[in-house]
Ligand binder design. Structure first.
Ligand code: 6PG
Length: 474
C-alpha cells in the first residue's frame, strides 16, 4: 500500500541532537517523519514520545513518501562521508523543489560541493549551523541556514517556530547562499573556543593567583553574570563551581585538565589563514587545548621540580573581570572580522548585525555583549573593525592598561594566560601606527630581493635596494 504523504517535516538521524530537534519540531504542531538506520531505536523513540506527531519509517523510500511536497528533510548525522551516502540515497527519491538540510558541523567547502551537485538535480540543499547543544535543540537553538532564497521560504515557518526567541525575534535568519551557514557556525565555534579559554584563564588567576575557593568562584562568576559579562558561558561556569560529589568534594577539582576538540576551532583558523585574517585569541585558545592535552609530557616536566605556589597576584578581582571583558571583545572582533572578509571574498552579503542578533539566544556564545555588536553593525554595516565602534573604543580606553597589567602579573607569577596575552598583543598591534615590520621588509628585500615600499608613500611603488652590497639585482 502506498504511504500517504501526511508529514510536514522529515528528520534523519536520531542521535542526541536529532532526537531533540524532532521533539522540538513536533511540539510546534508539525507532524515529523523519522528515519534512522537503527529500526529498533526509531520505533522505540516513537513509542516513548507518542505517535501523535511522530512516525518512523524503516525504509528510506517510505520515509520520503510520507512527506508532503515540497519536502523538507533535516539530516542530523556525523559530518563526513556519511552525509554523502545519505544524500546519494535520498536524492533519487526526492523531487524538484524539495529542500534537504545538513544540520551537522560540516566543513563549508563540502557543503558548497553538495549544494552544487544537488542543485544540478533540481534539489535545494542547505548547510545549517545548529548551536545550543542538547538543551538548545530541544527548547530552542540558534539556527544558521545557508542556501537558496526559495528553499529558505519553504523552511522558514518550521525554523522560526523551533528556534530560540529573544526580544529581537527568532534566532534564525537566512544567512546566505551555499556554504555560508556552515561557515558562520564554524566561526561561532572559533569564538566559543576563545571565550571558554579566556574564562578558564580568569578562573586560574582568581583561584591560583588570588586564592578564591570554589564557593567564592561560584559567587564571583554569578555576580559577573549580572553585568556586562552576562552570558551562557559565565552562567554555566558559576554553576560548575558549585557542583559537589556525594562525599562533598568539588567535582571541578577532580576533572582532568586535558581539553578535547572536534575540529571546528581548527577549521576557523584554517579559514582565517586562507583569507589572511589574524585571529591570535582563537589560535591561543586552540593551542592551549593542544598543550593541555600533552598531559603526560607536562607531568614529566613537572617531576622533580618543587610544586610552586604562585605568589599572590598584585591585581584585584575587578581587574580580572575587566581583562576578561576586553579579551572577550578582542576574540569576538576577530570572529566578526573573518566573517566580514569571507562575506566579501565569497560574495555572501552576510548581514553581520543579523548574525549578532541570532547569536543572542539559543547558542553557546549567547551574551548580553552581542547587543553592542549588533548596534555597531546596524549603525555601520560596512564597519571595518569592531574596535572602531564607539562602545568598543570605550572598552579599549577603559581596560587596555588593566589587561596589560593582568598579563604582566600572570607572567611574573608563572601562570599561563595565552588568550589574555594574545588579545592584549593583538590590540596593541592594532593601535600601533608604527610596527617593526619595516625591518622584516628590509630583511626580505636584503636576502631575497622581495622589494619594499617607502613609509612616505604607503601606496607607492615597490623598490629593491642592494642592502648587503653584493651587487645582486632584483
Ligand atoms: C554548539 C557547540 C557544538 C559543540 C562544539 C564542541 O554550538 O552547540 O559549539 O557545536 O558542542 O562543537 O566542540 P569541541 O568538541 O570542538 O569543543
Amino acid at each position: 500500500m502506498a504511504t500517504q504523504a501526511s508529514a510536514d517535516f522529515g528528520l534523519i538521524g536520531l542521535g542526541v541532537m536529532g532526537s531533540n530537534l524532532a521533539l522540538n519540531v513536533a511540539d510546534h504542531g508539525f507532524r515529523v517523519a523519522l528515519w534512522d538506520r537503527r529500526p529498533e531505536h526509531g520505533q522505540e523513540f516513537v513509542r516513548r514520545h507518542g505517535p501523535a506527531r511522530l512516525e518512523y519509517h524503516a525504509e528510506l523510500r517510505d520515509f520520503v513518501a510520507a512527506l508532503k511536497p515540497p519536502r523538507r528533510i533535516l539530516i542530523m548525522i556525523t559530518a563526513g562521508p556519511a552525509v554523502d551516502e545519505v544524500l546519494e540515497a535520498l536524492a533519487p527519491l526526492c523531487a524538484a523543489g524539495d529542500v534537504l538540510i545538513d544540520g551537522g558541523n560540516t566543513w563549508h567547502e563540502d557543503t558548497l560541493r553538495r549544494e552544487q551537485r544537488l542543485r544540478a538535480r533540481g534539489l535545494s540543499f542547505f548547510g545549517m549551523g545548529v548551536s545550543g547543544g542538547e538543551e538548545g535543540a530541544r527548547r530552542g537553538p540558534s539556527l544558521m541556514p545557508g542556501g537558496d532564497p526559495q528553499g529558505y521560504r519553504s523552511l522558514a515557518p518550521v525554523l522560526e517556530a523551533i528556534a530560540a526567541r529573544t526580544a529581537d525575534g527568532p534566532c534564525v535568519t537566512h544567512v546566505g547562499p551555499g556554504g555560508a551557514g556552515h561557515y558562520v557556525k564554524m566561526v561561532h565555534n572559533g569564538i566559543e573556543y576563545a571565550d571558554m579559554q579566556a574564562i578558564a584563564e580568569a578562573y586560574d588567576l582568581l583561584h591560583r593567583g588570588l586564592g578564591l575557593d570554589n564557593g567564592r568562584l561560584a559567587a564571583t562568576f554569578g555576580a559577573w553574570n549580572q553585568g556586562p559579562l552576562e552570558s551562557f558561558l559565565i552562567e554555566i561556569t558559576a554553576k560548575i563551581f558549585a557542583v559537589r560529589e556525594p562525599d562533598g568534594g568539588a567535582l571541578i577539582d577532580r576533572v582532568l585538565d586535558k581539553a578535547g576538540q572536534k575540529g571546528t576551532g581548527k577549521w576557523t583558523l584554517q579559514a582565517a589563514l586562507d583569507l589572511g585574517v589574524a585571529m591570535p585569541s582563537i589560535a591561543a585558545a586552540l593551542d592551549a587545548r593542544v598543550l593541555s592535552s600533552q598531559h603526560a609530557l607536562r607531568q614529566r616536566f613537572a617531576a622533580g621540580r618543587p610544586a610552586a605556589t604562585p605568589p599572590r597576584l598584585p591585581v584585584s578581582v575587578q581587574d580580572v573581570h575587566d581583562a576578561l571583558l576586553l579579551s572577550k571583545a578582542a576574540a569576538y572582533a576577530q570572529g566578526f572580522e573573518l566573517l566580514a572578509r569571507a562575506s566579501s571574498e565569497y560574495r555572501w552579503n552576510l548581514q553581520l548585525s543579523e548574525l549578532a542578533r541570532i547569536w543572542k539566544g539559543g547558542c553557546i556564545i549567547r551574551a548580553r555583549f552581542l547587543d553592542e555588536i549588533r548596534r555597531a553593525y546596524v549603525e555601520q554595516p560596512a564597519l571595518e573593525h569592531l574596535a572602531l565602534a564607539p562602545h568598543f573604543r570605550g572598552l579599549l580606553s577603559a581596560h587596555l592598561a588593566t589587561l596589560g597589567r593582568v598579563v604582566a602579573a600572570a607572567a611574573q607569577a608563572g601562570i599561563p594566560v595565552p588568550a589574555f596575552a594574545a588579545s592584549h598583543q593583538t590590540l596593541l598591534a592594532l593601535l600601533s601606527p608604527r610596527l617593526p615590520q619595516n625591518l622584516v621588509q628590509a630583511q626580505r628585500d636584503a636576502f631575497g630581493a622581495h622589494t619594499f615600499q617607502r613609509a612616505t608613500a604607503p601606496d607607492g611603488p615597490f623598490e629593491h635596494y642592494d642592502w648587503l652590497g653584493s651587487g645582486a639585482r632584483a
